[in-house]
Design a protein around this ligand. Structure first.
Ligand SMILES: Nc1ncnc2c1ncn2[C@@H]1O[C@H](COP(=O)(O)OP(=O)(O)OP(=O)(O)O)[C@@H](O)[C@H]1O
Length: 406
């Protein structure tokens, strides 16, 4: 099967997720989520019950950053709300700092030492910036440290400074601020209670590309300095990979893979995860030992779990244009993105007698190249693969709609 083959797409046909060991397994756990399930609409009204969380297991290391990434409707926000205590799980257990907060015991949201920043920031439009931040300040808490007006005002200024906004902002109203500034104030308000865990629910999604990166960096730096354990929910794979030291890929109410960003990107557990986390070149191959023979030549595979006929996955940046190589392809077309181009190439067809162990070639692949000038239609390119591929069993469903599958 080439990248162009139509592939089954319905979520129900996706394979059962395979959960890799988490890097948090060996760390000091701040948060443990064990076998958590949640169903909405059970026994109420005419709606069918909808099981949104189907047995979630996740360990979060103290002071670490975890990104939960997955397509829309996969249950990410529901999981955050269960962690925060806004929803109770049906089964399973949540342990926060060694204390069970959901399961055999129940600790309400306001007693969990968890901060929450929503997608739109959720600032009160009728209150000034200072009043919004002060709202998060529990003046009776911390032994009444901020009970006096002056102490509270000083603390508000300190919190604004923490998110790189000076005291002149206190009198402004939320509508007088940029989206990025509003998100930083929402973070300051959530930080006012000095939570040990911060939950961020797509807080950067409404910002434009440049502001998004800058705000994400600023927020990450504030949380890291304060040593707050952070969980970010996003459907943006690049954001998840760059923000977190642990990425949990969610699909259909389950975690398909948990691991550090490099591992989940370069060694995805299955084809759907591979395609969700970035562009993937998927080719038919014949695997013997740890070497897969495909139309791009022999490609090493790390820890193969199967042999014989497989599909091999490479990232486009692993396929380079070489000055000399026995592997050839012809440029079909390209998309220019400024710093690089996406180049579509038809691989040469193999000549010679049929052999099931040697792919026939002719697949269409997409690679990336920095030099737009080299991409001329009909041009012959010599290609070579760098690094290792990942082998999947033949016929593993794709996560892409068939109309988008290349
Ligand atoms: N309170 C609720 N009552 C009934 N159904 C709900 C409720 N909250 C969420 N759902 C359903 O649960 C499913 C998962 O929703 P959820 O918001 O957790 O997904 P998500 O992965 O965060 O999606 P998105 O990225 O679009 O925000 C959806 O089908 C949604 O309609």
């Amino acid at each position: 099967m080439t990248e162009q083959s139509p592939t089954p797409t319905s979520a129900s046909r996706l394979p059962e997720p395979r959960v890799a060991r988490s890097i948090a397994d060996t760390a000091d756990h701040h948060l443990e989520i064990e076998d958590v399930t949640k169903t909405f609409g059970r026994g109420t009204g005419r709606r069918e019950p909808n099981q949104v969380l189907k047995g979630i297991n996740l360990h979060v290391a103290r002071g670490g950053t975890t990104a939960i990434v997955g397509p829309s409707g996969s249950g990410k926000t529901t999981l955050l709300r269960v962690i925060a205590g806004f929803e109770a799980p049906d089964t399973g257990r949540i342990v926060l700092d060694g204390q069970t907060v959901a399961g055999e015991a129940w600790v309400p949201a306001h007693r969990r030492s968890i901060g929450y920043v929503a997608q739109d920031g959720g600032l009160f439009p009728h209150l000034s910036v200072g009043q919004n931040v002060a709202f998060g300040l529990d003046r009776a808490a911390f032994g009444g440290r901020y009970r006096s007006r002056r102490a509270a005002a000083a603390r508000v200024e300190e919190l604004l400074e923490m998110v790189s906004l000076d005291g002149s902002y206190t009198k402004r109203r939320p509508h007088e601020l940029s989206g990025g500034q509003q998100q930083r104030i929402a973070l300051a308000r959530a930080m006012a209670r000095e939570p040990e865990v911060m939950l961020l629910d797509e807080p950067f999604s409404a910002l434009d590309a440049g502001l998004r990166v800058a705000t994400r960096r600023a927020v990450a730096s504030v949380l890291a300095k304060a040593g707050v354990t952070t969980i970010l929910v996003t459907h943006d794979q690049a954001e998840a990979l760059s923000f977190a030291d642990q990425v949990a890929v969610m699909r259909g109410g389950k975690l398909a893979q948990i691991g550090n960003p490099f591992v989940v990107y370069t060694r995805p557990a299955d084809r759907a995860t591979a395609e969700f986390l970035g562009d993937a070149v998927i080719l038919d191959a014949w695997l013997e030992g740890s070497l897969a023979m495909c139309s791009l030549g022999p490609v090493p595979v790390r820890h193969p779990t199967t042999q014989g006929h497989v599909q091999i996955m490479l990232r486009p940046e692993q396929i380079r244009v070489a000055s000399e190589s026995p592997i050839h392809g012809t440029v079909l077309d390209w998309d220019y993105f400024g710093p690089e181009s996406s180049v579509r190439i038809k691989l040469a067809e193999r000549v010679g007698p049929f052999d099931p162990r040697v792919p026939g070639g002719g697949e269409i692949i997409t690679i990336r190249h920095w030099n737009a000038a080299m991409a001329r239609r009909g041009m012959d390119l010599a290609l070579k693969v760098t690094g290792e591929g990942v082998a999947f069993p033949v016929g593993e469903p794709s996560s892409k709609p068939s109309t988008l599958a290349e």
